[in-house]
Design a protein around this ligand. Structure first.
Ligand code: F6P
Length: 372
């Protein structure tokens, strides 16, 4: 047997992870290499929990959602151990060498890439793959899992039409996406929504109500409004901007921590927010309003064809990078093909949905209201 390679999946799970693992394993096996999978993200390397990913293990997983390796959000340098949080970077380096790994392949999103960079700096041969249903990882035009989530959210919006229309209701649909609106805007446009609320464009509730009333006056007796979980009203956005500015200028450590705590509270996900929005819209429009939270269904189930293709291509590229000795890179997707980019160019860089993005331009041109 030739080289031994390690692989892990970290962060929130996404459909297509198993397709990526399978692809890496198949390419490596054909080149006489062994693949071992670490369990529960970086935890598995820190505590040396792993499984042999031979052909039998990789068989039949292409279409299966989730990850056979399981996942966690625990970081190498902030690992829970009993009641303590400890730095396990040293243990990870040790276990990497214990297995005489040629490389460690880390599949994940924003948090995973920051951890991967840390391990690269600790001297390990790291290769990463972009995975997140939020699609907010820089460097890759598509991330594993996004397309499947987009299909789930769009088909939920499609389905909600019948009940929304039967009851002449406003239906708010909360869509995942963390602090970005990729999933909400994509599914909103694909589902034909006329009002879409995303974090990148803070909304004015009066304007949202006006758009809904105008739709009702024009004879459309129901509305489906995709709302990103990170969508924010203009007043809160102003408070957040002021706090961020204060934090950047503050030199007093304890005051800074206080401000950071306030900021965290304001920006944390709160399921109560969408219900409060529904109540307020009902008051302003006099139209009955209901809430649907799509939640984890968006990350569940079998990966779409696109995600299977994407994960297979990226997995093959990552395996090839190991064989070629191209370490410290992410296998990215761009213009229908794969390429390698340094992890430094990805870690900590969020792919922004900007005002000139074709989806935003198309929505604006076709009269979609962002509640501005
Ligand atoms: O990053 C993927 C994602 O599903 C986000 O859209 C969401 O905000 C978050 O994960 C939920 O995280 P958790 O699985 O920790 O509840």
């Amino acid at each position: 047997m030739g080289k031994c390679v390690g692989i892990l999946t970290a962060g929130g799970d996404s459909p297509g992870l198993n397709a990526a693992i399978r692809s890496v394993g198949r390419v490596l096996a054909r080149n006489n290499c062994r693949l071992i999978g670490f369990k529960d993200g970086f935890e598995g390397v820190a505590f040396d929990r792993y499984v042999e990913l031979d052909e039998a293990m990789l068989s039949g997983i292409l279409t299966v959602g989730g990850t056979i390796l399981r996942t966690s959000r625990n970081k190498p340098h902030k690992m829970p151990l009993g009641k303590k949080i400890v730095d396990m970077t040293g243990a990870i380096v040790e276990n990497y060498h214990k297995h005489q790994l040629a490389a460690l392949i880390c599949i994940g999103g924003g948090g995973t890439h920051k951890s991967a960079l840390l391990l690269k700096k600790a001297g390990l041969n790291i290769i990463t793959l972009p995975k997140t249903i939020d699609n907010d990882l820089g460097g890759s035009s598509s991330c594993i899992g996004f397309d499947t989530a987009l299909n789930v959210a769009t088909s939920a919006i499609d389905s909600l039409h019948s009940t929304a229309s039967s009851h002449k209701r406003i239906m708010l649909v909360e869509v995942m996406g963390h602090k970005t609106g990729w999933l909400t805007l994509g599914s909103g446009i694909a589902g034909g929504a006329d009002v879409i609320l995303i974090p990148e464009i803070p909304y004015d509730i009066e304007k949202v109500a006006d758009a809904l009333k105008a739709r009702s006056r024009s004879g459309k007796l129901f509305s489906i409004v995709p709302v990103a979980e990170g969508a924010i009203d203009k007043v809160s956005a102003g408070k957040i901007a002021r706090l961020e500015q204060e934090i950047s200028k503050c030199s007093d450590k304890s005051r800074k921590n206080q401000l950071k705590a306030q900021l965290a509270e304001l920006t944390a996900y709160d399921p109560a927010r969408i219900f409060a929005l529904a109540k307020k819209l009902e008051e302003l429009t006099a139209l009955e309003t209901r809430v649907t939270i799509l939640g984890y269904l968006q990350r569940s189930g079998t990966p779409s064809c696109f995600d299977r293709l994407l994960a297979s291509q990226l997995g093959a590229r990552a395996a090839q990078a190991v064989l070629d000795g191209d370490f410290g890179c992410m296998a990215a997707f761009e213009n229908g093909t794969t390429k390698l980019i340094p992890i430094e160019e990805v870690a900590g860089i969020r792919k922004e949905l900007t005002g000139d993005h074709p989806w935003v331009v198309c929505a604006r041109k076709s009269g979609v209201s962002f509640g501005e």
